[in-house]
Design a protein around this ligand. Structure first.
Ligand code: SAM
Length: 191
């Protein structure tokens, strides 16, 4: 049973494009729904959707409003519940301060990527850390072609990639979130 605080962040800046330039990506509607559902299913304390542009945050607010108070709430209450723990913030710095306030402890930032990094930690070690009462973690996922190098370098921990079976390793962020949350939080007996 998890004892530490665990929040999930989806970052849209600074991330990479396919030319490995640092950009700001646009919000993908599927990310909002699928990651909120995975976060709720695995009882993550909060899903922080990060975007620096107010117009993009307003777009997400309109989507949330439809599913939480509009026609979507009546049509699909389960989806409405999935959005209860979703919060919109502008940056990773803002997310860190928000989690410090919400969890009462300064969170360790754990970043993810499909590429291997030196000194990364494995899933068993991360599961063990999540059993520590009083600890707080912010698990960060990127969009585009992944989190920018400065985010990876500044993080407290880098989580090992989900290894591919062969040479092709291009999971969607939605798939990566679900796999990683299952590895970190589900009961081993249930797997
Ligand atoms: N090629 C990108 C990369 O190297 O991460 C994948 C782009 S994917 C749309 C963006 C995010 O999904 C990554 O920033 C990471 O958070 C997550 N992700 C994708 N594949 C992953 C993997 N094999 N292991 C861990 N995280 C992964």
């Amino acid at each position: 049973m998890r004892a530490a605080a665990l929040y999930l962040a989806l970052a849209h800046h600074p991330v990479l494009n396919k030319r490995l330039e640092v950009i700001t990506s646009s919000v993908t509607n599927l990310d909002i729904h699928d990651i909120a559902r995975a976060a709720r299913t695995f009882e993550v304390d909060g899903f922080l959707l990060l975007h620096p542009l107010p117009a993009q945050r307003e777009l997400v607010m309109r989507i949330l409003s439809y599913w939480q108070r509009g026609g979507g709430a009546a049509y699909n209450p389960d989806r409405s519940e999935a959005f209860e723990r979703l919060h919109l913030l502008a940056s990773l710095e803002e997310a860190r301060a928000w989690v410090r306030e919400a969890s009462g402890a300064d969170p360790l930032v754990v970043v993810t990527d499909a590429r291997p990094y030196p000194n990364s930690i494995g899933y068993a070690e991360m599961r063990r850390r999540l059993q520590e009462p009083g600890s707080s973690y912010l698990l960060v996922f990127g969009t585009g072609w992944g989190l920018a190098p400065e985010v990876m370098a500044a993080a407290d921990l880098v989580l090992e990639p989900i290894a591919a079976v062969g040479t092709y390793n291009h999971l969607s962020v939605r798939s990566a979130v679900a796999i990683i949350l299952d590895r970190l939080l589900s009961d081993p007996a249930s797997r």
